[in-house]
Design a protein around this ligand. Structure first.
Ligand SMILES: C[S@@+](CC[C@H](N)C(=O)[O-])C[C@H]1O[C@@H](n2cnc3c(N)ncnc32)[C@H](O)[C@@H]1O
Length: 298
């Protein structure tokens, strides 16, 4: 049997880090999401992470690394809510299937009020999704919609398996690639978008986030790795600019892109560093890279 330390020794550690952030967000009074299973995943993994699962009490001692993650959890809470709302809105327009590409430890099938006939298909590494199912079973977590998971390498032929598992390319779908693109090389991103393009019937939507033209990205990723205790330099694909939006436009998708600051403003979320006390010093750089949220329709 694969142990959690083997499962989380690689890209899956990012999924666990996001579960930590969702646990923190879920416990704040101004939370944008409520994801109790996030804590259950982190507890079940028994991995020693330099992160807290709750927002600290006033005057409680917090290390610099923990502060960095707590700050980042404000952004992850926002991002999760953005995709939650997109999925609910897609269901509202009559879409009845969705593919979470690189689903990680996402719990939308359990958390969101999706129609019982809605088919949510999760794609990620086999051993991560098999372990996730064990935790969901132990927590007696019941999906509100029809949930399927497909263990796969996203660099390979996952569309065939998707269709074998009930995805209907003749019907519109919501495709969500949340926090995924930075971990794929330009060639892998290109292939992924082409695969989605081939599966997307008219009326489909695709949502993703992509890192944009940050000339300091390489240095920032190194600093983030050092400060966060998670080695993003080896996990993230190296620096070339993400041209996914331009490519999709060329393929006939209608694109709308929004900067993080705009999304934050629309939810009333202050993304400033909550631990920044000195009024004289400028705000430290945030623990995420310059990102845009892309929504595309067919
Ligand atoms: C940053 S996490 C995002 C997870 C999830 N979307 C979320 O927001 O919580 C990236 C996910 O992509 C998955 N992933 C990265 N490369 C992959 C690949 N080649 N094949 C399958 N899954 C992959 C990782 O296992 C991880 O769960």
């Amino acid at each position: 049997m694969t142990t959690p330390s083997e499962i989380f020794d690689g890209p899956a550690i990012t999924a666990l880090g996001l579960a930590v952030s969702r646990s923190v967000e879920s416990n704040r009074p101004d939370r944008l999401i409520d994801d109790p299973l996030a804590r259950a995943f982190v507890t079940a993994a028994h991995i020693n992470l330099p992160m807290r699962l709750d927002w600290p009490q006033r005057d409680e001692a917090v290390t610099a690394t923990e502060r960095l993650h707590l700050h980042g959890s404000r952004y992850i809470g926002l991002r999760t809510r953005f995709y939650d709302d997109l999925l609910i809105s897609a269901a509202g327009t009559g879409i009845r299937q969705s593919v979470l590409i690189g689903a990680g430890l996402d719990t939308r099938a359990v958390r969101l009020a999706l129609p019982a006939t809605f088919h949510l298909l999760e794609l990620d590494q086999s051993r991560l999704l098999a372990w996730k199912q064990e935790v969901l079973d132990a927590q007696l977590a019941i999906p509100r919609c029809r949930r399927s998971w497909i263990g796969t390498d996203l660099r390979e032929d996952w569309p065939s398996e998707l269709m074998r598992r009930g995805f209907d390319p003749g019907q519109p779908a919501a495709f969500i690639a949340e926090g995924l693109l930075p971990y794929l090389s330009p060639r892998e991103r290109f292939r992924l978008v082409s695969q989605i393009d081939a599966l997307a019937a008219p009326g489909s939507v695709l949502a993703l986030d992509r890192i944009v033209g940050d000339p300091h990205a390489h240095g920032r990723v190194s600093r983030l790795s050092r400060d966060s205790g998670l080695d993003m330099t080896t996990l993230m694909a190296s620096g070339e600019n993400d041209d996914t939006a331009a490519r999709m436009q060329a393929d006939g998708w209608k694109i709308r892109e929004t900067a993080v600051a705009h999304v934050a403003a629309s939810y009333g979320r202050d993304l400033g560093d909550p631990f920044h006390v000195s009024r004289n010093a400028s705000e430290p750089e945030p623990p995420w890279l310059e990102t845009r949220f892309l929504q595309a329709t067919r």
